[in-house]
Design a protein around this ligand. Sequence first.
Ligand code: G3P
Length: 232
Amino acid sequence: MKFFVDTADLNEIKDLAATGLLDGVTTNPSLVAKSGHSDFVSLIREIASVVPGPVSAEVAATDYDTMLAEGLYLAKIAKNIAVKVPLTPAGLKVCKHLSQQGTMVNVTLCFSAAQAILAAKAGATFVSPFVGRLDDIGESGMQLISDICTIYSAYPEFNTQILVASVRSPMHVVEAAKMGADVATIPPAVIRQLFSHPLTDKGLAQFVADWAKTGQTIPTAGNVQPLKSSRT
Ligand code: G3P
């Protein structure tokens, strides 16, 4: 399962990229506004230089002609740009056009299995079902992921990856992984939650304390005399 970070905060992206566990980045207009950046194109260029995997950059227009022109421009910024378009008739038309010319496309704002079928038929590289926002209105975001996994696996000609979005907790990530979703795009705070468990902290504190009692240190430099194998 691939992990993308769902943010336009460059410092967060650099910090998480340093873990070596980040496979890509998703941004959206709200995240760009939150980042305070006033030059979207240079922001996307810098993100794409930090993370080698797909970086989703969303179009701003909603009509076909302008969305297509924006998408063609964004795609030129770097090879790892995935143009993000909304799941509307015009957005899917742009998706088809860009996909056919080899550009990665992330179809966003997916809230139903029917919409996910359309995204796959339009040749989307990624479809982004928003699980948290469905939970917010009393529906089941994870049921939608399950439905899309079932449908896509029945059609080998669908090459669209399921990118679980609007993730609010580690359980969303775990449930998505159990269902076989391809990608989860996760807010930085939730990625950090994935690492943590109180028993890990407690156990590590104990190991550190017990090791100190031994009065030993493990060398970090110098030659090591490896054990000669008894079989050779
Ligand atoms: O990037 C799209 C999606 O992940 C947004 O999440 O938390 O605003 O519903 P959220």
